[in-house]
Design a protein around this ligand. Structure first.
Ligand code: FE
Length: 182
């Protein structure tokens, strides 16, 4: 099975699950994030990163209420580990950093925190809260941190119930182009 087919199967199996405390499914969330990336003219690798940024939620077995139970599933690390088998750092690094990007933006942008959804505020505490000044400077030393910040904004906005966006099939060629099909 190609990695693209594997990804389609993961979304078919788990994608209808709710996106943690938000009014969209996992698949709707992924498709809305990817479409914003495409609309902003992002590189193909970053569009794929936006599409797959929460794959860590879909490949682990924990239910959608994990944050309510006080557990941080570290989905960004699980996602990165899974993706690294097939995708280059331009995909895996923004995925790995997309939670750190939230902590960074909470430190640097006062407006940002006030726009977070209640579920996102709840998970922020479990994820370690806003970065300190030192942590924020360290975050900026990552090669792909700017891409991670862009991805984060799309992630936060990808929670609109009923929004019409292209389906998963729309990204098949991008997935085939970016993944190592080995
Ligand atoms: Fe997300």
């Amino acid at each position: 099975m190609s990695v693209t087919d594997e990804i389609f199967e993961i979304f078919a199996r788990r994608g209808d699950e709710a996106y943690f405390g938000e009014p969209v499914s996992q698949t709707e969330h992924a498709l809305q994030a990817a479409y914003q990336a495409e609309q902003e003219g992002a590189a193909q690798t970053l569009i794929v990163a936006a599409l797959l940024h929460d794959i860590g939620h879909l490949i682990h077995g924990m239910g959608e209420d994990i944050a309510d139970r006080g557990v941080d599933a570290r989905h960004e690390a699980a996602g990165e580990a899974w993706l690294a088998r097939h995708f280059p750092p331009a995909v895996t690094e923004p995925v790995k950093l997309h939670v750190a990007a939230k902590r960074y933006l909470c430190h640097t942008d006062p407006e940002y925190f006030s726009q977070l959804s209640p579920a996102s505020v709840q998970s922020l505490a479990l994820q370690g809260g806003p970065f300190s000044e030192r942590e924020a400077r360290a975050f900026e030393s990552h090669r792909h941190y700017r891409e991670a910040l862009r991805l984060r904004r799309w992630d936060d906005a990808a929670k609109i119930p009923g929004l019409e966006v292209p389906k998963l099939e729309h990204y098949r060629s991008a997935l085939n182009a970016v993944a190592r099909q080995t």
